[in-house]
Design a protein around this ligand. Structure first.
Ligand code: CS2
Ligand code: MG
Length: 403
């Protein structure tokens, strides 16, 4: 049996912070797991180094499920983003090891390919509707079949999802939380115009997505969902904060626009009510924040009973290790929906060499044994951690609001 003899927690910052766990076995096999939690990276690094790694030494790396249960039930203080991100990193690394020893890509261990490749969506954004459409046309010409649209809101200095950089979007933008100002009424006027212009310019053979990013009340979300129905959105994401899963009943009563939720979820319990009551259409939970491949498969299996499909989170603050693991999951899961893909910078890709590929709007994890990704520890050592917080949001009267 491959015995775990060491594990390293590697914090690196090639343009943005990433946390990676590398597990080493007595037969020399190593595995990697993403442990990045945007704005709280050091919490997970400490959870792993101080409370998880000492418990891994000497264990059989093949016993993925038993180690998962040990770290989940054995923690006593169950769930939460830090705990479940740490468990996810161990889980990913153990699947990586198992695949390498078996000489198979992880998707083969998960039941093999359930499709030829994985449809992804990219991010088109701009300060104005015109800029956003121009970006979307560029992505459409590159072969993307699904495009997320986010545009600036007249009268607001900034808004979620509109990047200062043409290609890369990094929301964790300051040493202490920066503050943005939000106006729901100004926002609600723009999005239907954006979608109307997008259908006009892009036609109907492309999926159009939008991320509300937790900012509307349920009835406001119902309003926007209904306003967008003529433009057939692929989904409206994070329409309202999802702590109250029942809130989505109100949205469902007013619109048939499909709903996607879950990138901030870290266990099946966050999504159980939404899934069993069919209050959503896509579950956004992802490998790095929802307990790894092992737990995400459980969430997807429950969702499948209710014809809900997966739509994993895939922002740049999830490392290429998570991207690789997500693609193995996406290729093999029966109720796959779509995968978010916000490419990483060349600097990041150099630190995380990988076998996954993008072609014509779809991706494939590749055939390398394991996850097909690694971390170049020498390169990684050259990028020191740089504290960075996600912004906070306030209404125009100063009320603290969801960012
Ligand atoms: C966004 C994310 O990609 C998305 O759907 O919600 O960019 C999110 O804002 C970041 O991952 C937060 O770190
Ligand atoms: Mg989102």
């Amino acid at each position: 049996m491959p015995k775990i003899v060491d594990a390293r927690v590697i914090v690196t910052c090639p343009g943005r912070n990433f946390v990676t766990l590398k597990i080493i076995c007595d037969n020399g096999t190593t595995g990697v797991g993403d442990a990045t939690l945007n704005g709280r990276e050091l919490s997970v690094a400490s959870y792993l180094a101080d409370h998880v790694v000492p418990c891994l030494i000497g264990r059989d790396a093949h016993r993925i499920e038993d180690i998962w249960q040990f770290l989940y039930k054995g923690a006593y203080w169950r769930r939460g983003p830090v705990t479940m991100t740490a468990i996810a990193a161990v889980d990913m690394a153990l699947w990586d090891i198992k695949g390498k020893i078996a000489g198979l890509p992880v998707y083969q261990l998960l039941g093999g390919a359930a499709r030829e490749s994985v449809m992804v969506y990219c991010h088109a954004n701009g300060a104005t509707i015109e800029d956003t459409i121009a970006a979307a046309l560029e992505y459409q010409s590159q072969g993307f079949k699904a495009i997320r649209l986010q545009c600036g809101v007249p009268g607001l200095a900034s808004t979620y999802g509109v990047s200062k950089d043409r290609y890369f979007y990094e929301p964790a933008d300051a040493d202490l939380p920066s503050e943005s100002v939000w106006s729901t009424s100004k926002y609600l006027r723009v999005v239907p115009e954006l979608f109307g212009a997008a259908r006009e310019a892009l036609g109907w053979d492309v999926h159009l997505l939008h991320d509300i990013h937790h900012r509307l009340t349920p009835i406001e979300a119902g309003r926007l969902g209904r306003d967008l129905e003529p433009y057939r959105p692929f989904w409206l994401e994070d329409a309202t904060p999802a702590e109250n899963q029942d809130a989505f009943r109100l949205i469902r009563q007013h619109t048939t626009s499909p709903l996607a939720v879950g990138e901030v979820f870290n266990s099946i319990w966050d999504a159980k009510g939404l899934i069993e009551n069919q209050l959503i259409d896509y579950i956004r939970a992802t490998v790095v924040h929802a307990g790894g491949i092992t737990h995400l498969r459980r969430i997807a299996a429950l969702a499948d009973l209710y014809q809900i499909r997966t739509g994993c989170h895939g922002a740049t603050d999830l490392s290429p290790v998570c991207m690789a693991a997500a693609l193995h999951f996406d290729l093999s899961v029966p109720n796959f929906g779509i995968q978010e893909y916000m490419r990483h910078t060349d600097e990041t890709d150099a630190v995380f060499p990988h076998s996954y590929r993008l072609e014509n709007g779809t991706m494939h994890p590749g055939e390398a044994p394991g996850l097909g990704v690694d971390i170049d520890e020498e390169l990684a050592a050259g990028y020191d951690y740089k504290r960075a917080f996600l912004p906070v949001n306030r209404l125009e009267d100063g009320t603290l609001w969801s960012w």
